[in-house]
Design a protein around this ligand. Structure first.
Ligand SMILES: [Zn+2]
Length: 436
């Protein structure tokens, strides 16, 4: 049983965390244990022994290794240096460093976890994650976000066999990391609605089960947002729990769809362009918190749209020319994604024409939070809630808002907003409504 009072900490295992019975195919992939408590780092040596056996390759960067402190564990070390990227070249470097060690220990958060997850998958060896920040939802997810040929892709990869989240370590991490974790988490209602919309338009499949895995934990983490600013271990525990369950929800869904919709495409495009230009990327979740406000404003506008102005896209050769013009060196990687989605636009328009009233009513019933309420939660945690907080210009944000749907063959609210004629003309009005 979990204690409900925020002051009391109790050890939590995966079975205690998940509020519903999980299907066996999900259980087979998910971490066998999740240890989330104060002092959990002391469980690392035993977890490595159980899941890996011999001395592993420990992977981290200078910040994450310092945050974890000395590891009471025989191991070989790979310090990737400051600001590593989760890209193909670094995955290869991690794999080469493993040598004959029987598995990996990822000491870090998003980047390090994705690198080890992908390397472990390709090598067919186990890994254990010692999380150093509640900054993202990939600890228990079955995908790794890897930059490949300039394109941000998510590739199937089994999560860590054991996820160890020490709430003292999480609370001591730079505040902006947990603020980013909260931002990533708050996207759930809009990304889940994008997933629902895609199913309505293209029959891609939708299930309410992933929502039931994570909804209550998201609410609890949002309610504890002010504790993040105060560095309370209990608030970081709530956040770590919700982020872990968000990863479980993706495994249950068999895709990142319940946690990654149009709001994520904006963030991914910012990252792709930054990396292509040799600039530092910003924290994923910090961006997603702000783009979630944009998606929430977009949904509010869609729900009010009584008469859609259904707009077929220009023929593919024209679209391809536009994409080449607007994306420059990234265009070649983007074109196949955009082309597949473009080919299905006619079928989507038929459904939007026939069923708009019904879809609009059902979207209204999904109770998507308003930009104002989402912003209040971000602000309670001290998290970025405006473009200015991210250091992003309004002009560039409007451009990325217009282009982001092109980068991935996944239907989101961005596609629907173009197809019913709300975008691109309404971009400025939606940004105003989002209050970003
Ligand atoms: Zn995310």
């Amino acid at each position: 049983m979990r204690a409900d009072t925020a002051e009391v900490e109790v050890p939590v295992k995966l079975d205690d965390l998940v509020p519903v019975k999980l299907p066996d195919d999900a259980r087979a992939i998910l971490p066998e244990e999740v240890i989330l408590e104060r002092g959990a780092r002391s469980a690392l040596p035993a977890a490595v022994k159980r899941h890996i056996g011999g001395a592993p390759l420990v992977v981290g960067d200078p910040d994450t290794l310092a945050a974890a402190g000395p590891l009471d564990l025989p191991h070989r070390l790979l310090d990737l240096g400051p600001h590593p990227h989760a890209d193909d070249a670094t995955v290869a470097r991690v794999r080469a460093a493993r040598g004959d060690t029987p598995g990996y220990v990822a000491v870090g958060s998003g980047t390090i976890n994705d690198l080890c997850k992908r390397a472990a998958e390709l090598d067919g060896v186990p890994f254990v994650a010692l999380g150093t920040a509640a900054s993202m939802n990939g600890y228990a997810s079955g995908i790794a976000a890897i930059l490949s040929d300039g394109l941000k892709t998510t590739v199937p990869s089994r999560p860590a066999r054991a996820v160890i989240l020490d709430t003292d370590i999480l609370a001591a991490a730079p505040a902006r990391l947990a603020q980013a974790g909260l931002g990533d988490l708050l996207s759930k209602p809009v990304s889940d609605s994008d997933w629902w919309l895609a199913d309505q338009l293209e029959g891609t499949g939708y299930s309410a089960l992933p929502g039931r895995v994570v909804d209550r934990a998201v609410d609890a983490a949002a309610a504890a947002a002010s504790g993040l600013a105060a560095r309370a271990p209990a608030a970081h525990g709530r956040l770590g729990e919700a982020l872990t369950l968000s990863g479980v929800a993706m495994v249950v869904a068999g895709s990142s769809a319940p946690a990654s919709g149009g709001e994520h495409l904006l963030s991914h495009l910012w990252d792709m362009e930054a990396i292509a230009a040799g600039r530092e990327t910003r924290l994923h979740g910090a961006q997603v918190g702000v783009t979630t406000l944009i998606s929430a404003a977009l949904y509010a506008a869609l729900v009010e749209l009584e008469a859609p102005d259904l707009t077929a896209p220009p023929p593919w050769p024209e679209e391809a020319a536009r994409i080449r013009r607007e994306f420059g060196g990234l265009a070649e990687a983007i074109l196949p994604q955009a082309k597949r989605k473009h080919a299905r636009a006619g079928d989507r328009l038929d459904i939007l024409r026939d069923r708009w009233e019904e879809l609009r009513a059902r979207l209204a019933g999904r109770a998507i939070p308003s930009p104002e309420s989402l912003r209040a939660t971000l602000k309670a945690a001290g998290a970025p809630s405006t473009l200015a907080d991210l250091g992003e210009s309004r002009v560039n944000a409007a451009r990325v808002f217009r282009l982001a749907r092109d980068i991935r063959d996944r239907v989101t609210v961005l596609d629907v907003a173009f197809e019913v004629g709300l975008l691109p003309g309404g971009i400025e009005a939606v940004l105003d409504r989002a209050g970003v």
